[in-house]
Design a binder for this molecule. Structure first.
Ligand code: GDP
Length: 359
């Protein structure tokens, strides 16, 4: 994923350390000179007295004063501070790296701003500077991503068990929405949660057929109507069927033309109003990048999503989309789609994801 990040951090760290190397060498030289007594007595004496005083103070505090004094002196020599000016250069490089890895501009800017406020002017031990920066980036990303909830648990512990649990899926065509719905259906079946599918994308005949095909393969009932019929009424019919037949959960597929299409958005608002879903899940591609932000913002504004599924994580080498969609919606990524098979759905794990980023 952020494959260049590790390498960059190494380079940056080297530069931070090198900038003080002259100073450090000088200090070491002075120390050596005191030890070998090459310098004049009048310069050496006050230094010796100072060192002696320090040792005396230390002696009172600890058992091995000399060793402690020396190690403290060494740790001082090994400290490094990143200035604001230096950060500008490295901050810009890091921002480019984030953008190249599908992190949206507003999210990349937020990460850089946070990083700056946490590391500029702070003392770092030289040997730890790379680790500290990496750790800080990790911390920021951890804060951006929200811990996912367990949807099976949510369904099983719902308040009103007379009513089926209703999940509305939204997103753009071609992103893997129908496949993801089929994967969730299979997961629920595995967990003994009965479910049916509602083909509320009546805008494309192929979408109805596609859902029916998944239903056939999974052995799951699909409620569908004619191509071009009212999608809200299809979803409503599915809910009625589930109530009558004591089905635990209804998964509603919806149309996903361009997110800029006004009628699409008003259609999904209507379905949401009519069906009163318990969960609204957005399905998007891991590989989409900046466009994903505009798409998810439109759907979130229209119906208020509760969670996200990112499909095609198996073919995504960048990893930034998850950060972007998580940040702009402040909603959790629930699952990653990791292939075309029904079982290829992974519960989103923050730690695993961050590790994959190379942090
Ligand atoms: P929809 O138009 O949004 O409903 O998209 P589909 O569910 O039809 O998926 C579009 C294509 O993406 C199909 O070829 C799927 O097999 C494929 N697809 C869906 N999810 C994944 C995934 O997680 N990984 C991979 N590699 N392909 C996927």
């Amino acid at each position: 994923m952020f494959s260049k990040l590790k390498e960059k951090l190494k380079n940056w760290t080297k530069k931070f350390i090198e900038k003080e190397s002259v100073e450090v060498e000088e200090k070491i030289e002075i120390k050596k000179e005191i030890e070998t007594q090459k310098i004049e007595e009048e310069i050496k004496l006050p230094l010796k007295i100072k060192i002696k005083e320090e040792i005396k103070i230390k002696e009172e505090q600890e058992k091995k004063p000399e060793q402690n004094f020396i190690s403290r002196a060494i740790s001082k020599l090994n400290k490094v501070k990143i200035s604001e000016k230096e950060f500008e250069v490295y901050g810009e490089e890091l921002e480019m790296l984030l953008l190249e890895n599908n992190v949206a501009l507003e999210v990349a800017e937020k990460i850089i701003k946070e990083l700056k406020s946490r590391i500029v002017g702070k003392d770092f031990l030289k040997k730890e500077v790379e680790f500290e920066i990496k750790d800080t980036i990790r911390e920021i990303i951890e804060e951006i991503l929200i811990e996912p909830f367990d949807i099976v648990e949510k369904i099983k512990t719902r308040d009103d068990d007379k009513k089926p649990f209703i999940i509305l899926f939204c997103g753009i065509n071609g992103t893997g929405k129908t496949t993801s719905i089929a994967k969730i259906s299979e997961l629920l079946k595995q967990k003994n949660v009965s479910n049916i599918l509602a083909a509320a994308d009546t805008f494309r005949a192929a979408a109805i057929d596609q859902l029916k095909e998944h239903g056939k393969k999974l052995g799951i009932k699909v409620i569908a109507n004619e191509y071009g019929s009212d999608p809200a009424s299809v979803a409503f019919d599915a809910i009625k069927y589930a109530e009558k037949n004591k089905i635990d959960c209804v998964l509603i597929d919806t149309a996903g033309r361009m997110h800029t299409a006004k009628n699409l958005i008003s259609q999904i608002e209507k379905i949401s109003r009519v069906c009163k879903p318990d969960l609204k899940i957005y399905v998007g591609e891991s590989t989409t990048g900046n466009d994903a932000i505009e798409q998810i913002k439109t759907f979130n504004f229209a119906i208020g999503i509760d969670g996200i599924i990112l499909s095609k994580a198996d073919i995504d080498e960048k990893g930034g989309t998850a950060l972007s969609v998580g940040y702009v919606t402040k909603k959790p990524i629930l699952f990653l789609g990791t292939g075309q098979e029904y079982h290829e759905l992974e519960i989103f794990n923050k730690d695993k994801f961050i590790e994959k980023l190379g942090l």
